[in-house]
Design a protein around this ligand. Structure first.
Ligand SMILES: Nc1ncnc2c1ncn2[C@@H]1O[C@H](COP(=O)(O)OP(=O)(O)OP(=O)(O)O)[C@@H](O)[C@H]1O
Length: 262
């Protein structure tokens, strides 16, 4: 039956749908919480209106909107310049050759061989100590996305992670305490790093720039962030732009270990 032809699915159609879904997901991830989401919705509305006028045969208005949409691609590149840049950076900085990342794609396989190389317990106990002394801290744990372009805003270094090192970095009178410290594998690889600040409007007002920066980096990359508030001493754990709840420090430690394997 001819009218059922559209039901004939080829393997390339499925691949096509998956690719479009992935693309839309990444676009959503990039524009979420920023003003770009409103522009994106605006474009979808204009495009819908254009298609409707075409369907109804309203030639004058549809050719007018059509002409606008044709130059739209250039306009889109200009308007979404920042987002396109971040998107390309996100793709370009994903380390597909990373062993952990590679195994992750085969989750159904046994993961016995995968261990967390980061000393999460040392990081957590440093946070606990800094929390008790109300020492502000912002720690970024690198995963699969490379943070090289962000690290360059701070001071590069290579120090093995341990509790006293982290405490001394964020010690109030330390010249390194400002900004974020980035940890890769089990090394502090950069300090005084300036992170992209999130524009998300749903972040409660009590959280300032330190927390917004933690949300920002976890939105734009797959990095994890830990914040110790200077004001309250509270510890926050942020992943994929969201504050993750935890009941105790032991629970936090095991959540982070799981996330580092994930
Ligand atoms: N974009 C950024 N990247 C990295 N660190 C930042 C950034 N913006 C602010 N910070 C750090 O946060 C500190 C200021 O924190 P602020 O008081 O605004 O945040 P907060 O979320 O209220 O944290 P706290 O609860 O500790 O006060 C700065 O001194 C700086 O060290």
């Amino acid at each position: 039956m001819d009218f059922l032809n559209f039901l004939e699915f080829k393997i390339t159609d499925i691949l096509d749908i998956i690719l479009v879904a992935i693309l839309l997901y990444y676009i959503y991830k990039l524009v979420r919480g920023s003003v770009a989401i409103n522009i994106f919705i605006g474009i979808v509305i204009v495009w819908g209106f254009w298609k409707l006028t075409e369907l109804l045969g309203m030639e004058m208005i549809s050719s007018l909107v059509g002409a606008f949409m044709q130059v739209g691609l250039i306009a889109l590149i200009i308007v979404f310049q920042q987002e396109i840049r971040k998107f390309l950076l996100m793709i370009g900085s994903t380390n597909f050759a990373n062993k952990r990342n590679f195994i992750k794609h085969f989750k159904f396989l046994k993961q016995d061989g995968v261990t967390v190389s980061m000393d999460v317990d040392a990081i957590i106990s440093a946070c606990k100590k800094m929390s008790s002394t109300k020492t502000g801290a912002l720690i970024v744990l690198e995963r699969n996305n490379s943070l090289d372009y962000i690290k360059s805003s701070g001071d590069k270094m290579h120090i093995e992670v341990n509790k006293p090192i982290l405490e001394s970095i964020f010690y109030k009178n330390s010249p390194l305490h400002d900004g974020a410290a980035v940890i890769e594998n089990n090394y502090v690889v950069a300090t005084r790093v300036i992170l992209p600040v999130s524009n998300e409007r749903n972040i409660p007002l009590r959280f300032g720039l330190r927390h917004r920066a933690a949300v920002g980096i976890s939105e734009k990359t797959d990095a994890l962030a830990l914040v110790v508030s200077e004001e309250t001493g509270n510890i926050s754990y942020i992943k994929s732009g969201r504050f993750i709840d935890f009941g105790s420090m032991d629970e936090l430690s095991s959540i982070i270990k799981d996330d580092l394997i994930d």
